[in-house]
Design a protein around this ligand. Structure first.
Ligand SMILES: Cc1ncc(COP(=O)(O)O)c(C=O)c1O
Length: 417
């Protein structure tokens, strides 16, 4: 064990270059490193920003399902937004209680419905025919309903999960059909839910989506409500020059809106949020080594020992991830394509990026790699996923190891018939 030297950058706690370099040296690359103290800070500050006594934060574990992170947040009293039966099982194994987990399933099969129901969690359903099926199989159950708030927001089209072009949610105009289904199957609607999109940079859009949901959340339509869940979508800066959203004032606006709503509803309800990115994105770094440099015509390539199966967001979403040359942070600036080791030309973490001079064997850190990076990973080209390190209170520990080539092949053969 060695101590994690914590530095400050852009007002947020970041792990220092020296510490990250020590991690790369000690554990090898590619490797993920997460700053547990920052995860805790992001979780806790939500309670300062949103002054509502019945605020609950359900961590969207799809963002990063490492059990050590789940346990860390569980110890703080977080709940879980789960989207598959296996996510529920993992959350339960990490110490969460059934009543701390909300199951928001897309395209739910009958089998998954039975599995999740046996696990004892509350369902959040967003499709009329699925409500009907659920009601026929489990009449008289409690249920949460996901509506489409008819607002388009999110940092790219692939993660905008509301509005006319989205496959998610029950349309607000389908309210009367929903009420009929609820009555037919004697369901008790205890919660209403929206998730408008990921990385929403305009808080006014989030507030509008909340207002749209609250308009239908009347005691006449839904007399048994215990909570309203406004989903995830809280954005964090990915570019060093991007400004942080003022969540303190956004939080006050949410609480004021919700306070007025609860007065009209006649009861103080729970206000739930389901952030993933906000809690873990900034905590993570993917460290990789530059294996070769190459000049092709005009372009200068810095090729690394990682690739898009380890961190797919730039390839999938054209997402910007800031990359730091830990080994030569003050070198003279040059322009690089920083590429992976996968057999596809598109396998690039950054193109035309101005960076301090890169040399072979330099260690690069891809920042904001805590959310939707490891969890979206895969084994394309059969290179194992990197190990994961978590730092907490100035100490680091490996919380998931990588696999050797032999182990990787053995696990494939074991599944193949
Ligand atoms: C239903 C639901 N809730 C919460 C989230 C978390 O979103 P974010 O990580 O942007 O906060 C997602 C992300 O896809 C989601 O689908």
């Amino acid at each position: 064990m060695f101590r994690a030297a914590l530095g400050y950058l852009s007002g947020a706690m970041h792990l220092s270059n020296e510490f990250l370099l020590q991690c790369a040296k000690r554990y090898g690359t590619p490797i993920y490193v997460y700053n547990g103290d920052l995860i805790l800070q992001r979780y806790r500050e939500l309670f300062e920003f949103i002054p509502w006594p019945k605020l609950r934060v359900l961590y969207a574990m799809k963002a990063n399902y490492n059990p050590a992170i789940l346990t860390l947040l569980g110890e703080q009293g977080a709940g879980i937004d789960a989207v598959s039966p296996a996510e529920i099982v993992l959350a339960l194994k990490c110490g969460y209680q059934e009543n701390q987990i909300l199951f928001t399933a897309n395209n739910l099969t009958a089998r998954e419905m039975h599995v999740a129901h046996a696990l004892g969690v509350l369902f959040n359903i967003d499709t009329l025919s699925t409500i009907d099926r659920f009601g026929r199989i489990f009449p008289g159950s409690d249920l949460c309903l996901r509506f489409n708030p008819n607002v388009v927001a999110g940092d790219n089209a692939k993660v905008q999960t509301a509005g006319e072009a989205s496959k998610f949610g029950i349309l607000l105009s389908e309210l009367s059909t929903v009420k009929n289904l609820v009555k037919t199957h004697d369901l008790r609607i205890v919660g209403l839910h929206i998730h408008t999109g990921s990385g929403i940079k305009n808080p006014r859009k989030s507030l509008k989506a909340m207002q749209n949901l609250l308009e239908i959340a009347t005691p006449e339509n839904f007399p048994d409500l215990q909570f309203i869940d406004f989903g995830g979508g809280l954005a964090v800066p990915y570019h060093p020059e991007e400004e942080r959203i003022d969540y303190a004032s956004f939080g006050k606006n949410i609480a004021a809106l919700f306070g007025t709503f609860c007065e009209n509803y006649g009861r103080e309800l729970g206000l739930y949020l389901e952030p993933g990115k906000y809690i873990v994105a900034e905590s993570g770094y993917l460290l990789m080594e530059v294996t070769s440099l190459k000049n092709n015509q005009e372009r200068r390539f810095a090729n690394t020992d990682s690739g898009f199966p380890h961190l797919i967001r730039p390839v999938l979403y054209d997402a910007y991830h800031h990359i730091v040359n830990l080994s030569n942070p003050h070198g003279s600036l040059r322009t690089y394509d920083i590429c992976g080791n996968i057999c596809e030309s598109g396998d690039c973490f950054a193109s035309g990026r101005s960076m301090p001079k890169i040399r072979e064997e330099d260690i690069l850190a891809v920042q904001n790699a805590g959310a939707y990076c490891y969890s979206m990973g895969g084994l394309y080209n059969l290179r194992a996923m990197p190990a994961e390190i978590l730092t907490l209170n100035g100490k680091e520990r490996m919380v998931r190891r990588s696999s050797s080539e032999e182990e990787l092949v053995e696990s494939i053969l074991a599944e193949c018939l």
